[in-house]
Design a protein around this ligand. Structure first.
Ligand code: HEC
Length: 163
């Protein structure tokens, strides 16, 4: 009797597996799938990932490239570029008293791990017409390290939780 039930269950189970397989096959043909694949596999989507893959110490050294133009401490004035203190989750182009380009002001971007990564890689491509003179940081690992450092230095505790 118990064996019978087990057999029925296992038949149901194989049916389930077959249907799951069918669903996942048909999924692969759906047009939406292309969109999912267009997200680079290396894109960082959460704080845990960045803090795991990013080397804060290395990031500190890489930040030298940004330091000439950006302060990173609370209450420090804007330099050639705006202060980057608390940049995560902040709307782009929103620091008072800093004169941004129209391109950045109208970008409607809220800084997160992903778009900050794109910005650092190729600022001129992410928001064309912006006035940050920086040719970009090509290596993914460098960007991970730099972003981990920036977050470690600047994100408010509340912002960190939302990431
Ligand atoms: C030569 C000076 C210069 C360097 C070097 C530079 N920036 Fe910038 N940055 C700017 C300027 C100027 C702006 C304002 C751009 C605009 O208004 O279009 C800016 C804007 C930004 C913004 C948007 C800020 C906001 O309030 O929306 C971020 C983020 C940023 N820079 C990050 C970086 C990082 C990270 C580095 C180092 C890899 C870096 N920048 C290197 C000058 C610089």
């Amino acid at each position: 009797m118990t064996i019978d039930i087990l057999m029925i269950r296992s038949k149901n189970l194989s049916l389930l597996i077959v249907s799951l397989l069918l669903i996942s096959c048909s999924d692969q043909q759906s047009p939406d799938n292309g969109k999912v694949e267009s997200v680079p596999p290396t894109s960082i989507t959460n704080l845990e990932t960045i803090m795991t893959v990013g080397d804060i110490e290395r990031g500190r050294k890489l930040y030298i490239q940004c330091r000439a133009c950006h302060s990173l401490k609370p209450n420090e004035t804007n330099r050639i570029g705006p202060s980057l203190y608390g940049i995560i989750n902040q709307q782009a182009g929103s620091i008072e008293g800093y004169e941004y380009s129209e391109a950045l002001k109208q970008s409607n971007v809220y800084w997160n791990l992903d778009n900050l990564d794109q910005w650092i890689e190729k600022p001129y491509e992410m928001i064309p017409g912006n006035k940050m003179v920086f040719s970009g940081m090509r290596k993914k690992q460098d960007r991970n390290d730099l972003i981990a450092y920036i977050i470690d230095k600047t994100a408010e505790i509340d912002n960190k939780k939302q990431l």
